[in-house]
Each structure stands twice: as structure tokens, then as C-alpha cells.
Design a protein around this ligand. Sequence first.
Ligand code: LUZ
Ligand code: MOS
Length: 762
Amino acid sequence: MKNIDAYTHVRGESIYLDDIPLIQGTLFGASFGSPMAHGTIVNLDLSEAAAMPGVVRIFTYKDITGENQIGGIVPDEPLLSDQEVHFCGMPVAFVVAESIDAARAAVKKIKATIEPLRVITDPREAQALGELIIPPRTFQLGNTNEAWSQCKHIFEGRADTNGQEHLYIETQGAYAVPQEYQAIKIYSSTQGPTAVQRAVSRVTGLPMHQVEVEVNRLGGGFGGKEDQANTWAALCALAAHLLKRPVKYSLHRMEDMAMTGKRHPYSADFRIGLNEELKIVAYEVTFYQNAGAAADLSPAVMERTLFHCTNSYFIPNVKATAYSCRTHLPPNTAFRGFGGPQGMFMIESAIAKAAETLGIEASVIQERNLLQTGDEFPYGQKAQSEAPECWHKATELYHLTDLRKETTVFNAANKWYKKGLACMPVCFGISFTKTLMNQARSLVHVYTDGSVGITTGAVEMGQGVNTKILQVAAKVFSIQPDKIKIHTTNTFKIANTSPSAASATADLNGKATLLACTAIANRLKKMVAEELSVAEDAITLQDEFVWVNGQKTDRDWKSLVMAGHIKRIGLSEHAHYATPEIHFDATKEKGHPFAYHVYGTAILGVTVDCIRGTYTVDTVKVVHDFGSSMNTAVDLGQIEGGIVQGIGWMTMEEVVYDKEGRLRSNALSTYKVPDIYSVPKEIAIDFLQTPHDNLAIFRSKAVGEPPLMYGIGAYFALRNAVRAFNNKGYFPFDAPMTPEKVLMALYATQQEGIIQPHEETS
Ligand code: LUZ
Ligand code: MOS
């Protein structure tokens, strides 16, 4: 089945925030962001801006009718700066005017006098100063102190990953429309309608039942709109609430890039110990997370880094500590993988370091340490592991031995081009790590013409979740997809939603929809059973007809529904689903936090131009554990998109802040993302259909985030290609591997320890 939005997307008819017809009298907002990363505002001169033509009013923190606070996990983030500014772009004032141009012109006339304070951009520096968002956390298994003596080889090192701009095609934005009795309706480009509702309620002082948040669809989110859509919605809502007029704010690309947080950069120190058989006996790692200026989702992201710090391997002795470090960058936030990819990059770096020093392929170590069913993760959960199956199928199906030979032959024959290969196994836990978030609701109405309308807490952001939810209803009722409509996500229809995130949206909302549809179907079946005096389980719904004891009757779906209505049977249902079995005790850092894990293995091949430092990713060959895929077209799209996004993070996307905390890579001219020319020439995907029962919807297994992490292999494939050209000079584990860094590594002559990663990033 095609993505249900394919037709309107291709025709340009799909409605995004900016396509909503405006109500007469609508005003337009624009925010004035701090020009400095850290300082005290000694004077804010709004007079010239306020006198500009078309300006209606300029809002500051003084106008806030509720609380000046949008922090979720930690209340440390004012909506509008009161005195101090903590990052470049931090909203200080919000101009509302009769036109977009007038609002933006006025923003340029605002003058802020700011006394500068010390700017910190490096998480290690923040940690040394005690600037932590939350206390550090440590996950432990076995005893590393005792384990080092059993190790034949011990390697230490440092690894760094950079941030990543979400670059959703639709920028952030909101449109707030005042309603009667002070209520407010907000159209928001958010992954978290309830998060927006809460933030608006807090900032305006209105109770949540007065705040209606409506989401039709997003032009991408990738985590960037899990928490950070709140700011724009709260600004528009506050202004609309006070002015009693609709207010819209849709960010320009450069504003969005400068004002919103990104994937967290991480720095880490690792120590890995292997025995004679190359089994990893011990692993210690310390993570320094660059959280930015406020908590946002950083504590949860940090937690997932710890959960995924051993990736797809079993290591009997682990000690992993993480610090969430407060710096003066825009608050970093959720981004596909949510800290997991950073944790995985570090263990892969540790393995690569071991392999490079021992002069063997990393894949030898990787394979020998793959997680087996029954193995314990550092957080206590036991694995139901598909890791060995994915690995062995990938290496056999794609002939890893032959690929290696071809690479060696090519590298021997070519002086100025070198090829590199890397294997990248992935293991990703499915569930929000915060157990309470693993719940969802679905509201299903069957109308008397047989058509079905469904509302859930799921936000469609291009990932195809609405298509999957529709498939659930189509299957239960056994009716054609065109009889079913998935309605907008709306906080007045579905309350207390978790954000569409953590790869879990189709599972959670799909399960709730399954419960709701099943309840309605059962009522109808019961009615028929009573009419015909047969057992309830003799009745089935099949191909739009009622079947009795396996025989098709002449009663179709539509007449069944009408009969139900005449008999006054409830044709609507609101169902609630909460993932069973999961729990986690943060005081012990042990539990069973994930409903299940998704596994896979990728083999990546690259070619480096050793004169220019440029490269191509030639191939990505994957065996991915889909469980039993609900929709192969949608899932294939998720895998391909994830791989390309992961490769972008690891190779070409370079977020650059200068020492003053100003974003230098603030436009698409300076921030390079994968385009049609840089995607891999070949992406081969094998659908591994694993048979085990799991808590996914129809055993399908979540598909959103895991494939991004295959992209990590591109970094290591590039490293291997560079080392085929120059295996004498040392270069650090420092992603992204941009062409500039590849070029420097190709001609590196230094020994280890001389080059400092991130010595000069600006
Ligand atoms: N968001 C969240 C997430 O709040 N908790 C999570 O565990 C998570 N995991 C992945 C992506 N978003
Ligand atoms: Mo996401 S990083 O699942 O919003």
C-alpha cells in the first residue's frame, strides 16, 4: 500500500502550517534574538522599532500573563530573556505587526545593550567548572576495575561527534487564533501537541482545557519539533491572547538554524580491554554531552547515550558515566537516535582503535562480541538478540570476503584512489526511556455510511504513521482504505499525548487504534450473533462483508453499520494503550526499559580521492530486522532516509560555532547536507523477517530511528580508505569526516597525541 499522502504531496496539495488560509485581521510575529551568547541586558531600546509602520506591539518578558518558563524536564528556560542572555538567538522580544515585512523590519531596529559574560562552548570546559544540567549518571555491569587484569590488550582514546542541524523542510512555526471565553486555538508545526499545549498554558496562565493545539502534518521533524516547537507557539499564543487577534509566526530558514538547538555534540574518553580471543572484557567510557544553555531534553538524551553505549555487543564489565554540560549554545535537543548514535560512535571508535593498533579488521572484533539472546545489557535487560543473524546474513548475502578482496586489489592497483569498507551493526531499544510516556489513545468513529474517522496522538511528519494507523483499522474492519480517514492530531480530541518520537508512534497509537476498532467490531459481531442465534466467534468481518461460519453473507459493511446504529449500538470508541512489561529504576540504573530492540547490520563502501580529499559513498548494503513489516514501501523510505541522514551527520554536515558562540554554518551555503549527488550510489536492503513475538503493532518492529545509525559506518569506511593511503600519520576519532579532514588525514604525519581534536573549529 502506498503512503496515503503520496497523491497530495506530489501535487503540492498537502496542507502544512504555511498553507492554512489566514483569518482576516491576522497579525505577524517576528522575534528579536540575542546577538550575544552570554551577557546581561543593561538596556533594551524598543522605541525606534515600536514607531515603525505597521507595528502593533512589542512583547517582552514583562508582558507574560502566566509564568516565563518553558523548561520541561528542568525548569531552567525562560520564554523571553528577563535579564541574562544564555545563547545567541535567545528570544528577547517579540514584535507583532500588520505584515511579515513590517515585523521583520522592526526587529532590525531593536537595540540591546548587553554586558558580556564568559562564553563557554566546550562541554569539557563546562564540566570542569561544574556547569551541569543534572548530576552525572553511571551505568555499570560487572566490575571493570577487576577486569583489566584479565585483558591482554588495553586501548585508550578520545572520540568526538559534532552536532547536526535538523533541516526539516518545513521550518518551525505557529498560528494562534483567539476563541471565545479566552480560549485559544493554535496550529503548530510540532511533534508534541501536548507539549505545546502545556507550554502555552503555562505562559498564558490559561488552563489546558482552554488551549486547543491542532496539527495536520509536518514537513519533517527528526526530533527538532519534539520540544522546540513550544517557543513559537507560546509567543504567538501570548500575543494573540493579549491582542485578541490571530498571530502567526513562521521562521525563516536562517532564523530557524540560528535559534533552535541541534543534535548534541559529544566528547568522550574511552578505555577498552580485550583478551587473547579478542573478546571485549571491559569497557569504560565517560561522555561529555554539550547540552547548550538549557536542559530541554538533554537529560533524556544523555540517558539514551548510556543505554546504547555498548551498541550491539555483549561486554561483561562496563562502566559508563555521562555528564550533561551547560554551554552557551542554543539548547540542543532530540534528533533521530536521541543520544544513541553518539554512544555507538564511541564504542565503534574504541573497537577501531583496537583493530588499528593490532593491525586487524575491526569486523573481527565486532563479530566476536555480538550480543546473543540472553545476554545482559548494562542496564539489566536481557537481550532477545537478532544481532548474530543480521551480521551473518549480511556478510554472506553481500559476500564480505569478496568485497574485502576487491578492495585490497583496487587499493594495490591505484595510488591516488583508495577504497574503504566498514561493517556497522546496530541495536536500538524501542520505547521512551521514561516509562510513563509509553501510552497512547485513539478515537475511532464509524459513521452511518460506513466511513471511518480516526484521531490519535500520532503526528504525521512524513514518516508514514497515518498510513500504518489506517492499515490497522482496514485490517480489523476488513474494509478498503478509501473508507478510512485519519484526522488531524488535536489536543481537544486526544488528551495528554506523548510526542511523536522514539520510533514508537506507530506502535503506541497503532495499538490504541487496534483496541478501539476491535471493540467496535466486537459489538457489531455480537449483534449479528444474537440476531442469528450463533456463537460470537462464528462471525467474522471479511472483505467488506459479514461472514458466518466461514460463509459469506449478503450483509455488507455499510448495512451492518446502519443496522448497528438502528439497534443503538455504539459506533465510536476511545481506547487507551500502555506498553506492558517495561520498567526502570533510576536509583539502581537497572530494569527492563525497552519493549524490544531493533537489530541490523550494514556494510558500507567508500572511495577516497587522495589528491583532493573528496569521496563517494559507493554502497550501503543492509540486513535489517523488520519483524514483520506492515508496509514495505514506507519502511524502505525510512531506511533509505535514515541512512542518508546518518551519513550526512558523519561525513559532510558540520555545525560550526565560533568562540563567541555564534553559529557560522547558519545557511545552506555554509552547512552542507546530502543531496542527490552525494547519496550512496547503491543502497541494498534485505528485509529480515524475524518471527519472535514482540510488543510491536502486528509484530512489525519500529523503523524510524535505527537506520540512521548505519551511517556511522561511513566514518569508519572513510578512515579505512585513508589508512590504506597513509597508515603512519595519526588522526583523531573526530566526526564529521569532511573532505577537509580527510585531506588532512591523508597527509597527516604527526604521531598520536599531537593533534588535538577540535583544536580550531572556527
Ligand atoms: N524522546 C523522549 C525520544 O522523550 N524519550 C526517548 O526515550 C526518546 N527516544 C528517542 C527519541 N525521542
Ligand atoms: Mo525523536 S529524536 O524520536 O523526536
